[in-house]
Write a protein that binds this ligand. Structure first.
Ligand SMILES: NCc1[nH]cc(CCC(=O)O)c1CC(=O)O
Length: 314
């Protein structure tokens, strides 16, 4: 079979955001290769089934990706489309992630029906998020707020806000923008206010590493500037053994031909916040991520993370 008549099966989670991302990749593939066929294979993941516990406590990395990876390994699917924020640092044997698509807005969004922004919230307001990263940064600025547990897909979270359970909630802008819910973004949290999670706003494509023909078909979807940024962020996260379920923020931006990487580790109650940053050549993105992680560990992130993980990190 020639590459031009191939059918590519995309394994995807069933949330509207996951389906949007899979449809986006399908449309991009068809735009670059009009004669191929692309099908979606929706799959329910463990992370979607367990909704009543904070992700940090559900245990195991890759809650949202394992079932999708199994589908690629057994051949029922060819690729999986992921939010880079949810992708574990290591891939199973035989799988890799050769493509990272152009990044959407990486900032967190403040969403409220009553208040303009974080500063306008009255003392004692209730903010919904179950991200420890968002929680610690909110509490560091506004120790008077109460942060309450909020999980579920984007629509579920908005419905809980609208039902009056919260005065405000924090969501990734990227999800709201992709789902054409821009009007729900009351204001943006700057990276200074709330450093994003590594990979936030970027979509990646995972596939079998030995499928050279497929990797070639995927290549035009890759955005190397986004990949450089996300690689630096993920290198820091990998060294800290963290993902999006821990009180860790990391965010890289280009400054001319240099990369500027900022990192943060916070105590979950916001009482201790460790910030650091590093600038260097793009070619050293990964080394910079590791160096920044090690500086944070030496500054006390080791103790904060040992408490969150329930074990030491070396
Ligand atoms: N952890 C869930 C998740 N994974 C990716 C996104 C948003 C889109 C993105 O970051 O690409 C979200 C929702 C959220 O954090 O509000």
């Amino acid at each position: 079979m020639s590459p031009s008549s191939r059918t590519i099966k995309i394994a995807t989670r069933k949330s509207l955001l996951a389906l949007w991302q899979a449809e986006y990749v399908k449309a991009e593939l068809l735009r670059h290769h009009p004669t191929i066929k692309v099908e979606l294979l929706p799959i329910k993941s463990r992370g979607d089934k367990i909704l009543d516990v904070p992700l940090a406590k559900v245990g195991g990395k890759g809650l949202f990706v394992k079932e999708l990876e199994q589908a690629m390994l057994d051949g029922s699917a060819d690729i999986a489309v992921h939010s880079m924020k949810d992708v574990p640092m290591e891939f199973p044997d035989g799988l890799g992630l050769p493509v990272i698509c152009p990044r959407e807005d990486p900032r967190d969004a403040f969403v409220s029906n009553d208040y303009r922004d974080l500063d306008s919230l009255p003392a004692g307001s209730i903010v919904g998020t179950s991200s420890l990263r968002r929680q610690c940064q909110l509490l560091a600025q506004r120790p008077d707020l109460t942060v309450n547990f909020l999980r579920g897909n984007v629509q579920t979270r908005l419905a809980k806000l609208d039902a009056g359970e919260f005065d405000a909630i924090i969501l990734a802008s990227a999800g709201l923008l992709r789902l054409e819910l821009k009007e729900r973004i009351t204001s943006y949290l700057s990276p200074e206010q709330c450093l994003p999670a590594g990979g936030q706003g970027a979509v990646g494509i995972e596939c079998r590493s030995d499928d050279a023909e497929l990797i070639e078909l995927l290549a035009p979807l890759h955005d190397s500037l986004t990949a450089e940024r996300v690689n630096a962020e993920r290198a820091m996260n990998r060294r800290l053994e963290g993902g999006c379920q821990v009180p860790i923020g990391c965010y890289a931006e280009h400054q001319g031909d240099q990369l500027w990487l900022r990192g943060l580790v916070g105590a979950v109650d916001g009482s201790t916040m460790l910030h650091d940053e590093i600038t260097g050549p793009v070619a050293e993105a990964e080394a910079m991520g590791i160096t920044l992680a090690e500086r944070l560990l030496a500054a006390g992130a080791d103790r904060i993370l040992a408490e969150v993980y329930g074990r030491d990190i070396k």
